[in-house]
Write a protein of this length. Structure first.
Length: 375
């Protein structure tokens, strides 16, 4: 009886001691896990290129970009710029001693990745358009290298101000040691990588990060800032005039200058049906009708004169080119028309269908066909 009574007295004490030991062990493990998380994430606040490679795969951001993953020091600083305002707060830690794993809930403070991704998409499209214009091609799918992708990102991080954004994140850890209080390691996954950069990977791969209106705006704003050669190439002004001689080349340059001086736009509405969108836009440009009316008037006056008979066909043809050139240079009239641009989403982004042709027809009007016949 005495033994039974003693056991009855000792059992609660033993239970309390066991609970205390378990709680103490769990608390110790939580402290270890917390220490590992802090030591790792604190590195992101003072990021160097080696730490960046430990957590961030350069190729993961732009998996379709061409080029070597060995990037220059200038490009490696992208992540130092990205993480300059990085911060975190550990909300909760859960330890599973049996399975030797743990998880931690965190609140991360990162740069506004959505705004950065949207600006990047616009910059990338602008780069593709300009490369097409410089190569005298209407194809805006010109390959932009991995290095160029990071140069664009670097430029944005250096020149633009971005707010910070808060997101919640869960970090998984495993214990690879022989005891429960050593060798905790953070499991590095694509999901964690994306979380640490505020979802930037997800935003960069979003085919709708730029709306059809945003996309068309990039095309039109880029066109406004093109130099004369780029405008001529992109809109096919030179090919329209079949410029094989100095006179026709001068006409092409004069048309490009008219675009430079008069072109403007205002987006009115957008209708989206699946992967297709129609963006109605008000385009202001030079008045091609006014140019051709004046050209025909002056040409008719010349052809009715004795000089036209004396000059012969060759000189008459040269005269017609000079008359057209003067009419283009002296033109002050503008016109405003509504144009329905068609954009298609190919699963990567919205793109203007037949970009150079569509813009050329809208801006050049009836001058998209040479009014001057070959001699």
């Amino acid at each position: 009886m005495k033994t039974a009574k003693r056991l009855m007295i000792l059992l609660p004490v033993l239970f309390l001691l066991s609970a205390a030991l378990i709680m103490g062990c769990t608390h110790w493990n939580k402290s270890e896990v917390k220490g590992i998380i802090k030591s790792e994430l604190d590195l992101l606040k003072n990021l160097d290129s080696e730490t960046a490679r430990k957590y961030i795969s350069y190729k993961e951001f732009f998996p379709d970009a061409k080029g070597n993953t060995e990037l220059s020091e200038e490009i490696k600083e992208v992540f130092s710029l990205f993480f300059r305002d990085f911060d975190y707060k550990i909300l909760d830690i859960s330890v599973d001693n049996k399975d030797k794993c743990a998880s931690a809930s965190l609140r991360l403070s990162t740069i506004d990745a959505h705004s950065l991704a949207k600006d990047f998409a616009a910059s990338l499209l602008k780069t593709e358009i300009l490369e097409a214009a410089q190569n005298a091609s209407q194809d805006t799918k010109a390959a932009v290298s991995l290095e160029e992708h990071y140069l664009l990102l670097n430029h944005l991080l250096k020149t633009q101000e971005y707010k910070t954004s808060e997101t919640n994140c869960t970090i998984q850890l495993v214990n690879t040691g022989n005891t429960q209080d050593e060798n905790w390691e953070i499991k590095r996954t694509h999901s964690l990588e994306n979380d640490l950069v505020g979802g930037l990977m997800t935003y960069l791969s979003d085919p709708d990060i730029l709306s059809p209106e945003d996309t068309l705006t990039v095309y039109l704003k880029t066109l406004k800032k093109m130099n004369l050669d780029e405008i001529s190439n992109y809109l096919g002004v030179v090919s329209i005039m079949n410029a094989s001689d100095p006179s026709k080349s001068s006409i092409a340059s004069a048309l490009a200058e008219q675009i430079h001086q008069t072109f403007n736009f205002k987006i009115k509405e957008c209708n989206i049906e699946g992967y297709h969108a129609v963006v109605t836009t008000e385009i202001t440009t030079f008045d091609s009708d006014a140019i051709l009316t004046e050209y025909q008037k002056e040409l008719d006056s010349y052809l009715a004169s004795p000089d036209a008979v004396i000059d012969g066909s060759s000189k008459r043809y040269e005269k017609s080119l000079n008359v057209l050139l003067d009419c283009i240079k002296n033109n002050k009239a503008t016109r405003t028309v509504e144009v329905a641009f068609i954009l298609v989403n190919d699963g990567v982004s919205w793109k203007l269908q037949d970009a150079g042709t569509a813009l050329g027809d809208a801006i050049l009007g009836i001058l998209s066909i040479s009014p001057v016949d070959e001699a």
